[in-house]
Write a new protein. Structure first.
Length: 568
């Protein structure tokens, strides 16, 4: 949080810093004279040559070598002698420069062929002393070529100005200060979201983590020009990389809003396919990252607006931030890509984390409530085994076995003791192994078999590496089947299967014999409520329970749970 606040403060101060620096520069007038004969002559042309034509240097389109001429008016007191001065040229071209008829430097070597041209750097500063910058008019002449230029670059000459020379690294740090400060916060947020999203299988967090990664890539490519004075042929691939990063960022951001605001699945597919179809267009031609972000921010705003219309409680804050970002993009396009995009995305992150904290505390409250409910139902479950009706029937059956078969009576006492011992041992634990749960079930089936003089069998079919489960869940379902089934008097087999599915999730299924109908509306309400409370306490909302009549005419219950829980 301190990093984000520092970043926001720096973002607000950075515009004033930039204005203070740029005020010392003298831009060369845009109206210049251009001559296309530089590919046949290395000698500067005379001013009265008929080949000179008026042009705007920011609108020039050229590949072969050209001459460019301008008259520069230096105002009084411009060069004070206390700071080195220079002519700054930011251009995707090689250049040779003359000032008042004298060559002051080269950036690469312009030539009429790609083989002969030596590519220059994307930025060059040609030093000038106080004598050269005396008050009055001066003649600027340049020879330029861009044989290795990219077709994506529509304005080869980006800046042409006079001003104090500064260390390029200092200038870049000042200009990109807000964006650089945001990088640390975005890295930490991306790593946190990746880990938490992966562990909790939260698609919204994973999409936002992907947005962080893409935004860092875009920041790296955007700021590369400020920190690395690369050869100008790299400029085209850099623009492609910026556009691709912006597309990845926008696509991930749209994915986040679709997942977070629960956009209907058909609309998700339509948006995703439409945005994928735009990718080739964004990576070819003269399309800047601002156009890419305009499309994706507009799509995100549409998603948030639909969610708000459908009554989603969390849509409004995101809607406001997205509307603000779109307004800044339209009003301050140049500053948006270098500064405001990162400010706005930090606000999105802050909203997400605030929402994440709120959801976390709500989940904790719900789990506490589920735990209290499970504890209350656990007491009801234990009391059900100790209530007079259960004990009377069990003791009556035991008395009969004592008279008829004392050895069977001893076995019944042992089975009853095993069931109570195991039930007491597991009742206060959050998880038990599946083997412990099955042992409890078999002990109960043995006791009920003695009571009803019938054979009850539990057929367990388990995949390797079985999961842990809340205690007495399966035991409760079997007890309900026997107690409320009514017709389960003949020898019967209960079939339990545990299958491991995708993403390490487990599907547990209990098939009861015919006659054991234990639907949710039956008399076993306490038992099924206990099962649901135990599952909610153990897995939050990450579980599923369904039941109904099986193909064999019996009753089935199927539970799906995650497999990453650990027995404590």
């Amino acid at each position: 949080m301190p990093t984000v606040l520092l970043f926001l403060l720096a973002s607000l101060l950075a515009p004033s810093l930039a204005v203070a620096s740029e005020a010392q520069y003298l831009s060369v007038g845009r109206d210049v004279m251009v001559h296309s004969g530089a590919d046949v002559s290395d000698t500067p042309l005379a001013d009265d040559d008929p080949g000179w034509t008026a042009a705007d240097w920011q609108a020039l389109r050229f590949r072969d070598a050209i001459w460019l001429r301008a008259v520069v008016e230096v105002p009084p007191g411009f060069a004070t002698g206390d700071h080195p001065m220079g002519l700054s040229l930011n251009a995707a071209a090689s250049a040779e420069v003359w000032w008042d008829g004298a060559m002051i430097g080269r950036n690469g070597r312009p030539e009429s062929t790609a083989v002969g041209e030596l590519p220059g750097r994307i930025e060059a500063v040609f030093m000038l002393d106080d004598r050269q910058l005396r008050e009055g008019e001066h003649r600027l002449l340049m020879r330029l070529s861009r044989q290795h230029g990219s077709a994506m670059i529509s304005t080869p000459i980006d800046q042409l100005s006079l001003g104090p020379w500064e260390d390029p690294l200092d200038d870049a740090l000042r200009y990109y200060l807000p964006s650089v400060l945001s990088g640390g916060a975005v890295v930490l947020a991306g790593l946190f979201l990746l880990v938490t999203g992966w562990r909790s299988r939260d698609p919204a967090a994973l999409w936002l983590s992907a947005s962080c990664l893409a935004l860092l890539l875009q920041l790296g490519f955007e700021s590369l020009r400020g920190f690395v004075n690369y050869p100008y042929p790299w400029h085209g691939p850099r623009l492609v990389a910026i556009a691709a990063s912006a597309w990845l960022f926008g696509f991930s951001l749209v994915g986040f809003f679709m997942a977070r605001l629960r956009t209907p699945r058909p609309i998700r597919w339509q948006l995703a396919l439409g945005l994928l179809a735009l990718l080739p267009f964004f990576l070819s031609g003269d399309v800047v990252a601002a156009a890419v972000l305009l499309v994706f921010l507009g799509g995100s705003l549409l998603i948030a607006g639909m969610a708000r219309k459908n009554g989603h409680p969390d849509a409004m804050p995101f809607l406001v931030v997205l509307a603000l970002l779109l307004a800044l993009l339209l009003l301050q396009t140049a500053a948006f890509l270098d500064r405001w995009l990162y400010v706005g995305f930090s606000l999105v992150l802050m909203l997400f984390f605030a929402d994440h904290v709120r959801l976390h505390f709500r989940t904790v409250r719900e789990r506490d409530a589920a735990r209290h409910a499970a504890q209350r139902l656990e007491l009801d479950l234990l009391k059900q085994h100790l209530k007079p009706h259960f004990l009377m029937n069990t003791l009556t059956a035991l008395a009969g076995w004592i008279e008829e078969s004392p050895r069977t009576a001893v076995r019944m006492v042992d089975a009853l003791a095993d069931e109570f011992r195991t039930l007491i041992d597991v009742s206060d634990r959050a998880f038990v192994t599946l083997e412990e749960e099955l042992a409890l079930c078999r002990a109960h089936l043995e006791v009920m078999g003695f009571r009803r003089d019938r054979a009850f069998v539990l057929d367990a079919r388990l995949d390797p590496g079985s999961p842990v489960v809340p205690p007495a869940v399966l035991h409760t379902l079997i007890e309900n089947a026997i107690t409320h089934g009514g017709n389960v008097d003949a020898p019967a087999s209960f079939v339990f299967t545990a299958r491991k599915g995708d993403r390490s999730r487990w599907r547990l299924r209990l098939d009861c014999p015919a006659g054991a109908e234990v639907g949710e509306g039956s008399l076993e309400g306490t038992g099924l409520a206990y099962v649901r409370a135990r599952l909610a306490e153990a897995f939050g909302e990450d579980w599923r329970l369904q039941h109904g009549v099986s193909n064999s005419g019996g009753w089935f219950t199927e539970i799906e749970i995650p497999g990453d829980a650990r027995c404590t």
